[in-house]
Design a protein around this ligand. Structure first.
Ligand SMILES: *[C@@H]1O[C@H](CO)[C@@H](O)[C@H](O)[C@H]1NC(C)=O
Ligand SMILES: *[C@@H]1O[C@H](CO)[C@@H](O)[C@H](O)[C@H]1NC(C)=O
Ligand SMILES: *[C@@H]1O[C@H](CO)[C@@H](O)[C@H](O)[C@H]1NC(C)=O
Length: 353
């Protein structure tokens, strides 16, 4: 429905733009006054600010219907709106008094007709505005919307051309003179109670909500705002926070794995260095024992664990000295087969100093 009104509105404004272009004082032909096909927008030779007078010239309009009429610059002087009890016709030449029942009126201009004495009772105050103050203009005749259930009524079907995207379709608007809450059935021509939500229907007018869905049941009013249940908000909230926490936890796990890999690498490096150092120590010991076992050695050959002052190492193993870290010269180094004992000794000595 909304799309429909929008497309109708757009085609209306297009018609306005391409409507009569004659300005004030130029010639026009009254016979050219007409309702445009499809939109039923009033059209004349004259432009938006003028109407075609009986003298055949365009004259400034004498009244307006809209608060902000189309075709006027912002600061322009506007023709007046009509006072209560009068109306401004489609031509907008001058205000006229309301028309009594059975007088000729213009298409869809319920406001041109005099209201019934009980207009407060009959007026449709809903947003659909199926009558104006209880009066309707059907088939160009003023009447009152006062027919009750089961009585014969009049109906007026108008086929508008509507557009959905690029495709045209016909939108039939059916109006009647039944009281509010009833509709005039086009076949039997009697007033029938409008249907509630979910009941079967053939046309919008049959529904209280004025919206007959394509599956043939009355749907909620087409301009009703869309409401979402609490669960939708809950799901969205859970989704947002769940996503956040999932990201955090994933990052934490990834970083933990990277940290573990780094630690493993360092441990590996430490083991390599340790093994390297030990092989150097072994080389040193082998070198020393081979030197000591030479004939003319100083007789220390039968010690199983080699303890030596760092100072004496310098003289006995000068070629290894560079690869081992600089010794203070005070440290006692004890070498054994046990893997960790060298380091224990180092730690202990470092603590003592
Ligand atoms: C307007 O109408 C008059 C007589 O009807 C004619 O002489 C004149 O040429 C017309 N002017 C224009 C602009 O059509
Ligand atoms: C309906 O009638 C009352 C009283 O006559 C008037 O004040 C009011 O403007 C009318 N409403 C419309 C929409 O014409
Ligand atoms: C209903 O309206 C018509 C005019 O449309 C009028 O002639 C008739 O008297 C009204 N009936 C009632 C009961 O008011």
């Amino acid at each position: 429905m909304l799309l429909l009104s929008l497309t109708l509105f757009l085609s209306f404004s297009n018609t306005f733009v391409y409507a009569g272009s004659h300005t004030k004082g130029q010639n026009c032909t009254i016979g050219n006054n007409r309702l445009q096909f499809g939109t039923y927008q009033f059209h004349s030779d004259c432009d938006a600010q003028t109407y075609c007078s009986s003298q055949g010239t365009c004259e400034l309009k004498g009244c307006r219907r809209d608060q902000y009429p189309f075709g006027y610059p912002p600061e322009a002087h506007l023709p007046p709106k009509c006072p209560s009890g009068q109306f401004c016709p489609d031509e907008s030449d001058a205000c006229q008094p309301l028309l009594p029942v059975d007088s000729p009126c213009q298409l869809n201009r319920d406001d041109q007709c005099e209201s019934p004495p009980n207009w407060q009772e009959l007026a449709d105050t809903s947003k659909y505005g199926r009558n104006v103050n209880g009066s309707v203009c059907l088939n160009n005749v003023c009447m009152w919307a006062n027919v009750t259930v089961g009585l014969s009524c009049e109906v007026e079907n108008t086929a508008y051309v509507a557009y959905a995207g690029t495709t045209e379709f016909i939108d039939i608007v059916s109006r009647g003179n039944c009281q509010t809450g009833l509709y005039c059935d086009s076949q039997s021509l009697v007033c029938i109670q409008t249907r509630q939500l979910g009941e079967t229907c053939d046309a919008d007018k049959e529904c209280l909500s004025f919206n007959c869905l394509s599956k043939g049941v009355c749907g909620p009013s087409a301009d009703l705002p869309n409401h979402f249940g609490i669960w939708v908000y809950t799901m969205v909230g859970v989704g947002i926070f769940g996503g956040m926490f999932a990201t955090l936890i994933t990052l934490f796990l990834i970083h933990r794995r990277q940290r573990d890999q780094e630690r493993e690498k360092r441990l590996q490096y430490w083991r390599e260095q340790n093994a390297f150092r030990q092989s150097i120590m072994q080389m040193k010991e082998i070198a020393r024992t081979s030197i000591l076992s030479l004939p003319g050695g100083n007789g220390n050959s039968n010690r199983s664990t080699v303890c030596s002052r760092a100072g004496s190492e310098e003289s006995s193993t000068p070629m290894i000295q560079h690869s081992v870290h600089k010794s203070s010269g005070l440290r006692q180094q004890c070498l054994s087969d046990d893997n960790g004992s060298i380091y224990d000794e180092f730690m202990m000595q470092a603590g003592q100093r």
